[in-house]
Design a protein around this ligand. Structure first.
Ligand code: ATP
Ligand code: MG
Length: 388
């Protein structure tokens, strides 16, 4: 009888053709996530992944694994041979470890027989294990509807007995769905947007725009911190930092005041697209959300889109702010996002930004600027940071 951690994955299992590819990516991400904590072995067994490690490291390992996309739940297990006497002993042991928590009064056994060669059928296993628990432990009763604790018996090459399912974020392993470039401000929304796309398997890198010396160096530090928090989920992030003050000055000088925001947004998009193409990223990602601010109307988003060819993913488009805040808190970006800082968007911010921009008007206004040259100059001064 010994202990291991088991990991279940959801959607990957459905992708039968590519299953091995997804599993291998997942194992690679898991290894990376727990490398510095320490483990002995990771192995696959009939569609689940198992980790052998010292029990002292379990809390840390589980905490790290929770941040690996593709994992649906994680369970510390007792592993025994495929032998019914052993399974019964392990089940008693597993529930004894839980009933130190005195609130536990009822239980239910759930059996999964992944190895159909095992001679007993699942309901029979559950029934007999239930009986042996009742016989050996006092003050416990069975509740098949709403038990305080489940005892899971999972019969594979070995048998695994566990009572906890710790939820992971699900999704798909990073790197199984291409690469994207996140427009990362210091706000609440864009880190969440990056998290959401990463959870769908997109490898994320980020670009940040600042208006130094109109904005402080602290603003850039804050964005590095946010990228650092995201990297706990995503792995290494390349962060491109671009100064756009000259562009903003030129817009302010040569274009209608109420178009400041939408015009700078189009520059941000174009610069992002240029970086993306250079690095073979296939999509841009923003934290935009319909109706949240003046530039985030359907018209505004359309005019923004027209400046680039790459697809622009806006995973938060239909979310309410409270829901975004909940995710930001859960993924631990919120506390950093709400720190005061100066945002480049507040430089030359118009009192009444245009809410229903028309593409022809905007393109007309841009004729007063040397768009290509301004972009080139901004890119020439770009800084790149590796965040991990
Ligand atoms: P956020 O909370 O992400 O800042 P927001 O609600 O403040 O979003 P806007 O300021 O209109 O909305 O920005 C919309 C999106 O444009 C952001 O989510 C981000 O993707 C991008 N963006 C805005 N400012 C910057 C910036 N300084 N650097 C990089 N991207 C930016
Ligand atoms: Mg913002």
């Amino acid at each position: 009888m010994d202990k291991v951690i088991s990991v279940s994955f959801g959607e990957i299992a459905l992708k039968s053709g590519n299953r091995k590819y997804f599993e291998d990516k997942l194992i690679k991400q898991m290894r990376k996530a727990i490398a510095d904590v320490g483990y002995e072995k990771i192995y696959k067994e009939m569609g689940k992944i198992y980790i052998e490690a010292s029990e002292d490291y379990y809390p840390q390992i589980i905490n790290r694994l929770r941040k690996v996309f593709g994992l649906v739940y994680i369970s510390p297990c007792i592993r025994v041979e495929q032998d019914f006497e052993e399974i019964k002993k392990a089940s008693i042991q597993a529930i004894l470890e839980r009933i130190e928590d005195s609130r536990i009064k009822t239980f239910k056994v759930e059996t999964n027989r992944a190895d159909k060669k095992f001679s007993m059928k699942s309901p029979e296993v559950s029934k007999e294990v239930g009986a042996v628990i009742l016989k050996n432990i006092e003050n416990l009763t069975v509740d098949v509807h709403k038990p305080d604790v489940f005892v899971y018996v999972d019969i594979r090459q070995n048998a695994y007995i566990y009572t906890e399912k710790i939820k992971g974020y699900g999704g798909l392993p990073i790197g199984t769905n291409g690469k994207g470039l996140l427009l990362l401000s210091g706000g609440i929304d864009s880190p969440v947007a990056g998290f959401m796309m990463a959870r769908r398997g997109v490898e994320i890198n980020a670009v940040h725009y600042h208006s130094y010396p109109f904005t402080s160096e602290r603003a850039e530090e804050k964005v590095k911190d946010l990228a650092g928090i995201l990297s706990r989920y995503i792995g290494t992030i390349k962060l491109f930092s671009v100064n756009i003050i000259e562009i903003q000055k030129q817009i302010n000088k040569n274009c209608p005041k109420d178009e400041m925001t939408i015009l700078s947004r189009r520059f941000m998009m174009r610069i992002a697209e240029s970086i993306a193409k250079e690095n073979n990223y296939q999509a841009l990602i923003t934290g935009e959300n319909l109706g949240q601010v003046a530039s985030q109307t359907i018209e505004g988003l359309n005019v923004t889109n027209s400046s680039v060819e790459l697809p622009v993913f806006r995973p938060l488009i239909g979310f309410d702010k409270v829901d975004i805040v909940d995710i930001a808190k859960d993924i631990e970006t919120y506390e950093t996002s709400i720190l005061p800082y100066d945002d480049c968007c507040t430089v030359f911010l118009p009192k009444h930004p245009v809410t229903k921009p028309r593409l022809d008007n905007i393109e007309e206004s841009e004729k007063a600027l040397d768009v290509d040259k301004l972009i080139e100059a901004a890119l020439d001064n770009m800084k790149t940071y590796i965040i991990q």
